[in-house]
Design a protein. Structure first.
Length: 388
């Protein structure tokens, strides 16, 4: 094996998906289409992992693929800024008016890091409070290899805890550059928590950043900021990070927000050669068109509701194996009684032709239907019964 650590995407390692030394499960794939993938073993699997949430329309969506192939034929990349870059930025601004200006990058991790960089330039401060997962880069990582001085600049803010969150923000005070939050962590955000974040960061002059890498276009076309954060009423974040489903699986991310903040890109250096290749920009424009026409958030909420209700029923029937259902209908999973059980369920499902993530999150897409959801629920039930 020549790929270090088995695969370049850590969350796709077999031991993370299925547990240590799994047998009879797929470890590599050769094709994806709709809501199904073909393993290297030639077997087809019904998938709810959906590329870790990067695909909301379904794999190989024909309109997105057509746009991408046309972009390839136009040359893929060049020495000047592409027209698609400005047009996509304008389309995002139409969906999210608080995105007055946008900068494109390739991965969610670097887009969040760009937001933190802009906040530090704007405030002249160093400290950051974060809630959720924001990538692997040094500014928010506790992993080996990160300098202790860098680690000291970051602390975690609890999700949906108004009292403790307020105390942390006030305690950090004039040292705080920004607060970065995933709006959904295991459940929907409370209005009180979001109001506290907006009020407290505004009071001390810190920047509020929503990491909408998972939620954008999924919970609402305008993302969590539209659904829960004010939607134009003044409760929106200062900066928003987009990624994953932005281009339905093609590599593209974005940082956007208030013009005065985004204008600070001229006072620091945030750049990527591949950020302006044609293919992902064209794929993103096609993705937004399909999402609008198909009323994507409504479709995902309806189908996700069927899945979420079914998972709740399983949790009620197997209380010794399932502690509860985590997430929201659009992105959910079963929380198991222990780690070993989660491994056995994920492996058992895979051996029956279902890829269902044992941790946060599983995702419905436009390519799923109620029959696919019911198939998944039936397989989960069979596996839970067998483990009795």
């Amino acid at each position: 094996m020549r790929v270090a650590g088995f695969t370049s995407t850590g969350s796709k390692r077999p031991e993370l998906l299925f547990g240590p030394a799994p047998e009879g499960v797929p470890t590599r794939m050769v094709r994806s289409a709709g809501c199904k993938v073909q393993g290297a073993d030639g077997r087809e699997y019904l998938d709810f992992i959906m590329a870790l949430g990067a695909v909301s329309l379904g794999y190989a969506h024909p309109e997105v693929n057509r746009a991408a192939m046309e972009a390839v034929q136009r040359g893929t990349i060049g020495p000047l800024a592409p027209v698609d870059e400005e047009e996509l930025a304008a389309e995002l601004g139409d969906l999210m008016p608080w995105l007055e200006e946008v900068r494109f990058l390739k991965t969610g991790a670097e887009a969040v890091a760009a937001g933190v960089r802009l906040a530090r330039v704007a405030t002249g401060r160093d400290r950051v409070l974060g809630c959720g997962y924001h990538g692997w880069l040094d500014w928010c990582s506790r992993e080996p290899g990160v300098p202790s001085a860098v680690r000291a600049m970051y602390a975690e803010l609890p999700f949906n805890d108004v009292e403790q969150g307020s105390a942390l923000i006030r305690g950090t005070g004039d040292d705080l550059a920004c607060v970065v939050v995933e709006p959904v962590v295991e459940s929907a955000p409370s209005p009180e928590w979001l109001r506290m974040l907006r009020d407290e960061t505004g009071r001390i002059g810190a920047v509020l950043i929503f990491d909408e890498i998972k939620t954008a276009f999924r919970v609402a076309l305008g993302g969590a900021a539209a659904r829960w954060g004010g939607g134009g009423g003044g409760g929106e974040p200062d900066l928003v990070v987009l990624g994953k489903g932005l281009a339905n699986g093609y590599p593209l991310s974005a940082i956007g927000g208030r013009a005065e903040l985004m204008g600070l890109v001229s006072e620091t250096w945030i750049s990527s050669t591949m950020a302006t290749e044609f293919v992902s920009l064209a794929a993103a424009r096609a993705t937004l068109r399909v999402a609008r026409e198909a009323r994507l958030p409504e479709r995902l909420a309806g189908l996700g509701g069927v899945l979420f209700t079914g998972l709740q029923e399983l949790a009620g029937r197997f209380p010794n194996r399932v502690s509860r259902v985590g997430g929201i209908p659009e992105m959910c999973y079963l929380r198991y009684a222990d780690e070993g059980l989660s491994h056995r369920v994920a492996s058992g499902c895979a051996r029956r032709g279902l890829l269902f993530k044992r941790t946060a999150y599983n995702f419905v897409s436009l390519a799923h239907d109620e029959a696919a959801v019911n198939t998944a629920l039936g397989i989960l039930e069979d596996v839970l019964v067998e483990l009795r």
